[in-house]
Design a protein around this ligand. Structure first.
Ligand SMILES: NC(=O)c1ccc[n+]([C@@H]2O[C@H](COP(=O)([O-])OP(=O)(O)OC[C@H]3O[C@@H](n4cnc5c(N)ncnc54)[C@H](O)[C@@H]3O)[C@@H](O)[C@H]2O)c1
Length: 364
């Protein structure tokens, strides 16, 4: 069965999706939506899609797609996603899911009410290395899980490092570690704790980056408690240079460790250390690559589309569901919420559904 797609957002990532979709027989893009007529004209010509709309709701009513893909920037995820979900149309929305938990709640509620599937394109959710790590953990290959450690690739400033890229990392932490139930975090700016006067919009801090809402600080550290009883941690170290090979998640167990890397030259890599601790740097040669077969360098966005199609056909779970995307986002925003309370633990999901920085700003 061919799934007909109504595609929203013809910018940089949108074109990347459209290139990938051109190679996937299961999908046909039947209409494009963008607020920019130039972007519509350029994408329409490049990808041979003639039906154009400025509004996602109008597109849905006119062409009744099976799936709407939302590839706009974060601030514009909520509107088009709701328009589709409220009409019972499945959605694959780009990450991070939304600007704040209020918007994310609306999206999850609309999907639940209409029965449509909502997935967030945190594509490493279906990365073969990440899935294999989860299987190895479930099989007891590293004993009892002790710590799940998120690792960033840096090279960006606060908003884009924490919110844009951070949710990719927290999403992988969710796949391997399960749901967290608290977070404690500290955020630093220019060598001191962040204060309300440091809060700004992402593009004020970094004009060339995307609009990911309010941000503060350049460095942060947080730890998490997971429902299963293990701990988690994440660092945002604010290095200026991009460090793709650092990007992924480590899982430390009582009898071994796993190292997942999802970008750079190690994309799709999974390594196993068959004992709990590394010891000295001279022992690092004990790490062994896990054979992932031909999937090792998985094209994860294509894999995400295949998983979305399987879920629509009733042949698999909704990949990177709205609920999981919302928690991946709250794991990042929760760092601000905890910092605002002097670094003390705050429960996840967050009790206050406002963006924690908006809440802090309004409280002065
Ligand atoms: N999953 C990944 O690996 C990955 C990689 C890169 C980007 N992204 C995500 O993709 C999203 C888009 O990023 P980008 O760099 O392509 O942005 P972009 O600014 O290049 O493109 C956004 C497009 O959306 C259009 N737009 C804005 N508001 C709209 C609305 N209400 N309705 C329809 N169209 C609208 C703009 O005109 C523009 O053409 C972001 O959420 C980003 O985080 C994800």
């Amino acid at each position: 069965m061919t799934l007909r797609i109504g595609f929203v957002g013809c910018g940089g990532m949108g074109k990347q999706h459209l290139r990938i979709l051109r190679e996937l027989d299961q999908f046909k893009v039947v209409a494009l939506s963008d607020v920019s007529t130039d972007a519509l004209a350029a994408c329409g010509e490049e990808f041979g899609v003639a039906d154009h709309f400025s509004d996602c709701g109008q597109m849905c009513d006119a062409v009744r797609p099976d799936l709407v893909v939302v590839a706009t920037q974060t601030r514009h995820h909520h509107g088009p996603s709701l328009a589709a979900l409220e009409r019972g149309i499945h959605v694959l929305c780009e990450k991070p899911m939304a600007i704040d938990p209020v918007e994310a709640d609306d999206m999850v509620a609309a999907a639940t009410a209409s029965g449509a599937n909502l997935s967030i394109n945190q594509q490493n959710h279906v990365n073969p290395a990440v899935r294999r790590a989860r299987e190895m953990i479930d099989a007891g290959d590293i004993g009892e899980v002790v710590l799940v450690r998120g690792r960033n690739k840096h090279g960006r400033k606060s908003g884009n490092e924490f919110t844009e890229m951070g949710t990719h990392v927290t999403d992988i932490m969710l796949v391997v570690g399960g749901m967290p139930n608290w977070v404690a975090g500290t955020v630093m700016w220019e060598g001191r704790h962040v204060i309300p006067g440091d809060i700004m919009e992402a593009q004020q801090m970094s004009p060339k980056d995307r609009d990911s809402g309010p941000v503060a600080g350049e460095r942060a550290i947080a730890h998490y408690g997971f429902e299963a009883g293990h701990l988690g941690e994440i660092h945002f170290l604010g290095y200026e240079a991009l460090q793709g090979t650092n990007y992924g998640v480590d899982v430390l167990g009582t009898e071994g460790q796993l190292a997942i890397r999802v970008s750079g030259e190690m994309a799709g890599g999974l390594w196993h250390l068959p004992r709990a601790m590394e010891g000295t740097p001279a022992d690092l040669g004990d790490w062994a690559a896990v054979d992932l077969g031909e999937n090792a360098q998985g094209k994860t966005v294509a894999t995400m589309y295949q998983a979305v199609a399987a879920a629509i056909a009733g042949d698999g779970p909704v990949p990177a569901s709205g609920e999981q995307g919302r928690m991946a986002m709250e794991m990042v925003l929760g760092i601000y919420a905890s910092h605002k309370e002097g670094g003390q633990r705050v429960d996840l999901p967050l009790a206050d559904r406002r963006h924690p920085l908006d809440a802090w700003r309004s409280e002065g």
